[in-house]
Design a protein around this ligand. Structure first.
Ligand code: SF4
Length: 735
């Protein structure tokens, strides 16, 4: 019978647990007496197809129950676990322990009741498979281990209506959580609600009913405890190790819905004793006791049915894996290097064509609604074929182990993950990204919101160790994109400044980045404190953090080893690492030279540095600049000859911030060689450039660097440099 619960106190709950345990014990006693009387003390008491007897009795007590007489001994032991008197209100914590023991007694009794029902053919119940055989245990256990099943939900009771029941179970299915359900409140069972709602139940759909009464929920508990014996190799009778195993290895939780009675309370106590938390829609007092459940929360309230599954996942600390990314085009690493050419493009975002950025930020747990994807502004259906549209992708993540330091690493994965979708092309990062969706992808039903689906699924999938919740908001209105851009840029700057003061000499380890090998298979970025990755998204700290998150990933530590040439920045350890990581393509890399063994470039560079032989210097052009340059080529043409993972002496792909580093082509006199750069780039770096010029003792150098307003012609540039007495003209010859 359901019970109004507003007035229920902790003591009252504990009291219910104890009285429920006594009731179940009495019921087991009575049924067993009946079996003994009608079938004899030697009557077979067992479950079908298991080598673990009555699994709970076997695991917790070491008992090998085969007959009614054996079961009676277990019941006698269970009886000793139930306290006789209910203590005072202020002693509830100690009392809770006693009531959990009562829960253990209830579980042992329920197991005997279910086994005895088999004697009379009363199990399995209609629509239910009954006891889970060892074969099912193994099949499901393997799926739990390999991540196909991310957790086990036990729903006990009823939802307010059939639609809510279906929605809760769908929420669990979406997260690959095996749902085992049953019980009833006031004669209504969630099993029948799901039948009414048309939801298919069965092992294949990960929705399995156990029975319409509370007692048969013991099938779930003896399933979980068998995992300890079977997969954990724990000896029968080692109760503590078995319970510890379930607490730590079986990611299960109970959703107690619609009402509580004493049998449910006693059974719930059994679940709590096994470290399985209970999340309920009832107005019960919350209980948090360290060491009982994954996150010290045992009994937690969540009256909002839309949030109850997420709450349970958080309380139990389940890491959800989405096996299949829910998008209408094929999705695999095989598509990562695929390009979407202009003639196949339906719509594009960013680069020089429209305002765009992508930004991932850490939020508090309660600020992120996991899986929420919102598109603010027009969807692809109302975009014109061949058009360029604005876009901001804002990803909010939360996680117990998430750190601000991890933001740039996760943000950089947007590049990789979006490229996995067939018909989607992504390039660049931050506020220099570029995306295209192909006509075929649009025809297949690909929408802007699917960017969100990809990011939610993949961030959970690959970064589940640090990410618990992900929500994505995609803005496609120009006003929104421009309004939000400054916040993102501010954060990008703060991230870039974290390294201030660190030098390459102060560390003995650099980091590799091979994330771009999908496009340029032989390219290796060597990231040092004074030279960030050429995409501008990976500093030395970022690469270090990325290595901590994924020790076997694309960011590996590189011991510098012995110095080959301190001026050019050549180390024996770096050379051998690059040789291997570039598939024997590059045998030597000079970190500080553009002319000798320069670092290779992929295609993600923020800027290209190119020699201007006539001026005995170099020019720098940024990705956004669309005009001509003194090298006789625009950015796009230059990029074609610089990228691809090749060393091209005289040309270098770089991150913007490397330009203001002391190590910027320092083997060739650094900034003093820079004779030309676009106005926008010069303005963007103005403060830092001026500071560097001052450090060099040449504060006037900043103004001597020409831009497109001076000229884009090499000969005219040389004339100009002579008039301003640019230092490049008097440096040793570059070639
Ligand atoms: S450009 Fe370099 S640092 Fe950036 S993601 Fe690619 S390989 Fe890594």
């Amino acid at each position: 019978m359901g019970k109004g619960t507003a007035e229920i106190t902790v003591k009252a709950v504990a009291g219910l647990m104890v009285s429920g345990a006594k009731k179940v014990l009495a019921q087991a006693d009575e049924l067993l007496a009946k079996v003994k009387k009608e079938k004899g003390a030697d009557a077979n008491i067992s479950f079908p197809e298991t080598a673990f007897y009555l699994p709970l009795a076997n695991a917790l007590l070491g008992a090998e129950v085969k007959t009614a007489a054996d079961a009676a001994k277990v019941l006698a032991t269970a009886g000793t676990l139930v306290i006789k008197d209910v203590p005072a209100e202020d002693q509830w914590t100690a009392f809770l322990k006693d009531s959990l023991n009562a829960g253990v007694a209830a579980m042992l009794s329920e197991e005997i009741i279910c086994a005895a029902r088999y004697v009379y053919g009363d199990e399995p119940q209609a629509d239910c498979p009954g006891f889970f055989s060892d074969t099912i245990l193994r099949a499901l256990g393997i799926q739990l281990v390999d991540g196909r099943i991310s957790g086990i939900a036990v729903i006990l009771g009823k939802a307010p209506d059939a639609a809510t029941a279906v929605n809760i179970v769908r929420d669990l299915q979406k997260r690959n959580i095996l749902t085992i359900l049953g019980g009833s409140v006031d004669g209504v069972s969630i099993i029948d609600q799901l039948k009414e709602g048309g939801l298919t139940m069965g092992l294949d759909s990960y929705v399995v009913p156990f029975g319409r009464d509370t007692i048969s929920v013991v099938y779930v508990l003896n399933f979980a405890i068998r995992a300890a014996l079977s997969f954990g190799g724990i000896k029968a009778g080692n109760a503590k190790a078995c319970v510890d195993y379930v607490r730590e290895r079986v990611p299960a939780f109970v959703l107690l819905l619609g009402g509580v009675d004493e049998v449910k309370a006693a059974t719930g106590a059994g679940a709590l004793a096994a470290g399985v938390p209970i999340i309920t829609d009832l107005d019960l007092p919350e209980v948090r006791v360290a060491g009982v459940c994954a996150h010290e929360e045992c009994l937690v309230r969540e009256p909002d049915y839309k949030k109850i599954v997420q709450k349970a996942i958080e309380v139990r600390g389940i890491k959800v894996k989405v096996a299949k990314v829910p998008i209408p085009v094929p999705f695999s690493a095989a598509f990562e290097g695929e390009r979407v050419r202009k003639e196949n493009m339906f719509v594009q975002f960013g680069a020089k064509y429209s305002a765009a950025f992508e930004y991932l930020r850490m939020k508090k747990m309660d600020e992120v609604e996991d899986g929420k994807i919102t598109v603010v502004g027009p969807e692809i259906d109302v975009m014109n074929e061949g058009s360029s549209c604005p876009m901001a992708i804002v990803v909010d993540v939360a996680g117990r182990k998430m750190l601000m330091d991890f933001e740039p690493i996760l943000e950089r994965q947007i590049h990789k993950f979006l490229n996995y979708a067939m018909g989607v092309f992504h390039m660049g990062q931050r506020d220099m990204n570029w995306l295209r969706i192909s006509k075929d992808a649009k025809k297949a039903g690909f929408k802007i919101r699917h960017f969100g689906d990809i990011l939610v699924a993949k961030l959970h999938d690959e970064y589940g160790a640090i990410v618990d919740k992900v929500q994505v908001t995609i803005y496609t209105n120009e006003d929104d994109v421009k309004r939000l851009m400054p916040e993102a840029r501010k954060v990008f700057t703060v991230r870039d400044e974290r390294l201030a003061g660190m030098t390459d000499e102060s560390v003995d380890t650099f980091y590799s980045c091979t994330l771009c090998q999908s496009f340029a298979p032989d390219h290796v970025c060597v990231v040092s404190p004074e030279r960030l990755g050429l995409c501008g998204a990976y500093s030395w700290l970022d690469a270090k953090a990325a290595h901590e998150i994924t020790p076997t990933g694309g960011n590996q530590p590189i011991k510098k080893g012995s110095v080959v040439d301190p001026v050019k920045g050549i180390w024996q350890g770096v050379n051998s690492f690059v040789f291997n990581a570039s598939h024997q393509h590059t045998s030597q890399m000079a970190a500080y030279s553009i002319m000798e063994s320069p670092m290779t470039s992929c295609g993600c560079f923020e800027c290209i540095v190119a020699i201007v032989p006539e001026a005995n210097g170099v020019m720098i052009v940024n990705r956004e600049y669309t005009g001509e340059t003194p090298a006789g080529m625009g950015f796009t043409t230059l990029a074609g000859s610089v990228g691809g993972g090749n060393q091209t002496p005289g040309f270098l792909g770089v991150g913007r911030l490397y330009i203001v580093s002391k190590k910027f082509i320092s083997a060739e006199d650094g900034l003093k060689r820079v004779v030309w750069m676009p106005r926008e780039l010069k303005d963007a770096l103005a403060d830092r450039l001026k500071a560097r010029c001052a450090q060099l003792g040449m504060p006037e150098l900043f103004d001597k660097i020409a831009d497109e307003s001076v000229t884009t012609d090499a000969a005219a540039l040389v004339e100009y440099l002579a008039t301003v007495n640019h230092p490049a003209l008097s440096l040793p010859p570059l070639m």
